[in-house]
Write a new protein. Structure first.
Length: 256
């Protein structure tokens, strides 16, 4: 088990809410949205293992990440919380809710479904990161330029570069555990749930209308695991509805 780092975004004394980021993200992805949610909840954004300020570990799988979150809750004295997870964090949240339903007050899953994926774009992104020569790198802007051959989207190139930080001695290093994540990518693509996994508590799926991660054809599958799921589509949003349409996202989550 890894002892996770977290960022407290406010709302102490209110019902606890935990925010879980996606692959190559961190608690920083939730700062603005988390502070908005803190009007109704005590919001804590976690860095999952091998991400952000949390420790690195050679193992990278959903069961291990669930154990980390449960261990963090135990250390904080939290018996139960509302769980909000985006993408990889959503897969982790789904598994935790199914295996430890007594620890989850409400479940919010953001733009991901309980199915297998084949993330061809992620393979190009990881290749770009692995190929980056850190020894000769001068700036994050230069890293973004070098990513161009593999990563078409400018926003994604900027996002990848946020995982770079200055190392001791003035060079650059990856914040994420890049070797472990690159090796685990095929596993991260797989469905985190087994056929029999089920959570009967209040559940909200928030889907980006311009995203292909959770589509109408997935709704029946979602309800086999989460029979009380409410599925809300934010029409003019991509894979990050908590960033693209923050106000609407917060309204939906607060109303669960």
């Amino acid at each position: 088990m890894v002892k996770l780092h977290h960022t407290d975004l406010g709302g102490a004394g209110k019902p606890p809410m935990l925010l879980l980021h996606g692959l190559l993200g961190s608690s920083r992805n939730w700062l603005s949205t988390g502070r908005d949610l803190a009007k109704e909840f005590h919001v804590m954004a976690l860095d999952l293992r091998n991400h952000g300020k949390s420790p690195h570990a050679p193992e990278m799988n959903y069961e291990g990440m669930v154990d980390d979150v449960i261990g963090w809750m135990d250390a904080q004295g939290l018996s139960k919380a509302t769980l909000v997870g985006h993408s990889m964090g959503g897969k982790t949240a789904m598994l935790l809710a199914c295996r430890h339903p007594e620890r989850v007050e409400r479940l919010v899953v953001v733009d991901i479904a309980p199915k297998n994926y084949s993330w061809a774009a992620h393979r190009g992104e990881f290749a770009a990161m692995v190929e980056l020569d850190l020894a000769s790198l001068q700036s994050r802007q230069e890293a973004e330029m070098r990513f161009e051959a593999r990563v078409e989207n400018l926003g994604m190139r900027k996002f990848l570069a946020t995982n770079l930080e200055r190392a001791e001695g003035g060079g650059w290093r990856w914040i994420v555990n890049l070797p472990a994540l690159a090796e685990a990518l095929p596993l991260m693509e797989k469905n985190s749930l087994n056929t029999e996994d089920r959570f009967d508590g209040p559940t909200l799926f928030v889907v980006g209308g311009r995203s292909r991660y959770a589509e109408p054809s997935d709704h029946a599958l979602i309800r086999t695991h989460f029979p009380h799921a409410r599925i809300e589509v934010i029409a003019d949003s991509g894979h990050n509805p908590h960033m693209d349409k923050r106000e609407e996202f917060v309204r939906l989550v607060v109303g669960i």
